[in-house]
Design a protein around this ligand. Structure first.
Ligand code: MSP
Length: 660
């Protein structure tokens, strides 16, 4: 009988459906996926859950705006989230939606248990509520803004069911003491402990002001508060009331951003304790990926999307960057520049180059068959020692979720192999028996180190390590190699190398960044779909404007574009972006900063004072990290699209005049 594997259950937050994933959400999901692959390598049977948080007033409003029922709205969004995770190679083992029946039942069951155990009572609550964060802000006064998101709070009074959170203060504090690793990292733990020590107020866990939620059985119009609903999704995903059958509860790890740690380390264990259900083993709060020190948000125009990165550099490049660039737990800054730099130096020149040059030398000297090693010299054993030490270090770091340090150790071994090749110079050896033997040893040693590095890096670089594995002609799949496969000396020899494939082709930085930015702009501001075809005779009743013909837009669509005469005040080049100029333009009411892709055709000094046509109501966006708030209109001439600025040669038109 096959030996039963230990089980490991980890989750990402379940994401709100009123937006689409950006690199921040992708970060949590990538981390979860890397841990999942690592745990499988260590022999666990793993389930990773992600999903969508689909209830609440925000969704009600978003669906209303879209003019469709909530159920249709969330179904579309859930499909989009799930599809992106699949496309990025990070599919969930369980994708849970809070509108799933299995989840609805679990929430109602959890409530029943809490109520039966005396932790729920009915009361009234008036408070300041943030509809964006779905939370009452206890310390706020009417008219205040939300301390988290800065948006206006609303005063809400309602009949609620309350959860006796206050009664769980001591059990929670005892729990944190008994399980000191429950909250990670340490700094967050201290924050939470002082928060709980400061006293806990009872929590309202149902709403009557919200329609779109899970109904409290027999208590309509009460629906569950979104956090009572959402947190329970972790349990619904692995069996809900029948969790014991699947054996994955309690969760081993909830991965969350630092923004939602309180919900996970105070409310969630409290609900479970009240229901006498097992409490998760660990909550790990990571930091945020920031853009110029700001949290990403679509309204600020500073979101980074995963798709353009993956299209340009591949999914592994994105994963590597996210895990290598910042210390897990802390905030980090995202920049395309740093991404491409790491790609070229660590992936193209590092792992990619070691793999391709090793394979090329085996091809040339041994007909593409991995040779057996001859006699060892001390320097060969030196590399074996490096490999053994790297395995220890990389695994130990990964176990502690010190991903950057783990990768640093692995890349240290790659550098050691490069150095070994440089000093042993197999290419300088001749074809005598002794020299061929020496070459065999050097190439075997290098290939063996590469094999070990490939296994170690697999949780982070699943796609490219699978390619290296095939290139090395090794049997089975790299994903199936477990711990004992990391011992030195297990390289299969005599096997034919697989077909060489480009792992990480070097990219030209400026061009790569421009392409990623262009793809992101396109995804964020898609060109409007052509209007639906209307039959020619479809006159609009009441003499309103007729529906436009196919491929045309109506005047009301054109009127949405606000164009004005602007005058260029300053113009300068942008370092590292040879096509862009940074301009300041007076548009009559204000001076705007606008980036224009005209640097190769216009001298900045000659533009000062020139009057141009400016689209002024375009959403701000970033080009090469520089904010651009508007667009200068230019003709695109010839096959290379040479820009020629639109102008006003007949008359000295007034600044700010509208173009119609
Ligand atoms: N729906 C709730 C979570 C309920 S869990 C029971 C929610 N959703 S969310 O869509 O806002 O996603 C929040 C999570 O996305 C964060 O906790 C974090 O994991 C991730 N991130 C969102 N923006 C981020 C960054 N800029 N950087 C890193 N991660 C961030 O809150």
């Amino acid at each position: 009988m096959p030996e039963e594997r230990p089980k490991y259950y980890l989750t990402t937050p379940i994401y709100y459906t009123n937006g689409l994933p950006h690199i921040g959400h992708t970060y949590t999901t990538v981390v979860a996926d890397a841990i999942r692959r690592y745990k499988r390598m260590r022999g666990y049977e793993v389930v990773m859950t992600t999903g969508t948080d689909e209830h609440g007033i925000n969704v009600e409003r978003a669906a209303q705006k879209a003019g469709i029922p909530e159920s249709e709205f969330v179904a579309k969004m859930a499909v989009a989230w799930k599809a992106l995770w699949d496309e990025l190679g990070i599919p969930a083992d369980e994708f849970v939606r809070t509108t799933d029946l299995r989840h609805v039942r679990t929430v109602q069951w959890l409530f029943k248990l809490c109520k039966e155990n005396g932790y729920v009572y009915k009361g009234h609550y008036t408070g300041q509520y943030c509809i964006y964060d779905n939370a009452f802000v206890s310390e706020a006064k009417p008219g205040d803004n939300c301390p988290d998101c800065g948006r206006p709070l609303e005063t809400i009074t309602e009949e609620n069911y309350f959860f006796k959170l206050s009664a769980l203060q001591k059990p929670l504090l005892d729990f944190y003491k008994k399980y000191p690793n429950f909250i990670q990292p340490e700094t967050r733990k201290n924050e939470i402990i002082s928060f709980v020590e400061g006293g806990l107020k009872d929590l309202s866990i149902t709403r009557t002001t919200v329609r779109w939620g899970i109904p409290v059985p027999g208590e309509e119009p009460h629906v569950f508060y979104v956090w009572f609903d959402a947190l329970t999704a972790y349990l619904s995903a692995v069996g809900g009331p029948e969790y014991e059958k699947r054996g994955f509860w309690p969760a081993d790890l909830h991965l969350v951003g630092k923004d939602i740690i309180r919900f996970h380390t105070v409310y969630w264990p409290a609900f479970l304790m009240a229901a006498t259900l097992p409490v998760p083993k660990q909550v790990w709060a990571h930091g945020w990926f920031l853009m110029d020190a700001n949290k990403m948000s679509k309204s600020k125009g500073n979101v980074i999307l995963p798709r353009p990165i993956v299209n340009m550099l591949g999914m592994d490049a994105m994963r590597y960057f996210l895990l290598r660039e910042v210390v897990f737990g802390q905030d980090g800054n995202f920049s395309y520049d740093a991404l491409v730099t790491r790609y070229n130096s660590d992936l193209a020149n590092g792992l990619g180059n070691l793999a391709s040059r090793t394979a090329a030398m085996i091809e040339k000297n041994f007909g593409g068959k991995i040779p057996k090693s001859g006699a060892h010299l001390p320097q060969d054993d030196g590399l074996a020692t490096v490999a053994a030490e790297t395995v220890g270090e990389a695994l130990e770091r990964f176990e502690k979720f010190e991903f950057a340090r783990s990768l640093e150790a692995i890349w240290g071994a790659i550098a050691a192999a490069d150095k070994y090749l440089t000093s042993e110079q197999p290419w300088a050896l001749g074809d005598s028996e002794a020299e061929t033997q020496r070459k065999a040893t050097i190439l075997w040693t290098t290939a063996e180190l590469l094999r070990i590095v490939t296994v170690l890096a697999h949780p982070v670089l699943p796609e490219s390590t699978a390619k290296v594995w095939t290139l090395l002609g090794q049997p089975g799949k790299v994903s199936a190699v477990e711990l004992d496969g990391l011992r030195w000396g297990q390289l299969a020899t005599g096997v034919q190398l697989g077909k060489a494939q480009a792992l990480f082709p070097r990219v030209e930085k400026t061009e790569a960044i421009e392409r990623m930015e262009a793809m992101a702009n396109e995804e964020l501001n898609p060109a409007p779909a052509p209007p639906a075809t209307a039959p020619a005779h479809a006159a609009t009743p009441g003499g309103a404007a007729a529906a436009p013909a196919a491929g045309k837009i109506g005047i009301e669509d054109f009127a949405k574009v606000e164009m004005r005469v602007g005058q260029i005040k300053t113009a300068e080049r942008i370092v590292g972006a040879d096509k862009l100029l940074k301009l300041t333009v007076d548009i009559g009411t204000e001076i705007r900063q606008i980036c224009a892709g005209i640097a190769q055709y216009y001298e900045p000094e000659k533009l000062i004072g020139r009057k141009v046509a400016v689209v002024v109501n375009l959403a701000p966006r970033k080009l090469r990290g520089v904010e651009s708030n508007g667009m200068i209109v230019a003709a695109s001439v010839g096959p290379e699209g040479r820009p020629v600025l639109a102008g006003f040669p007949e008359e000295d038109v007034e600044i700010g005049a509208r173009l119609k």
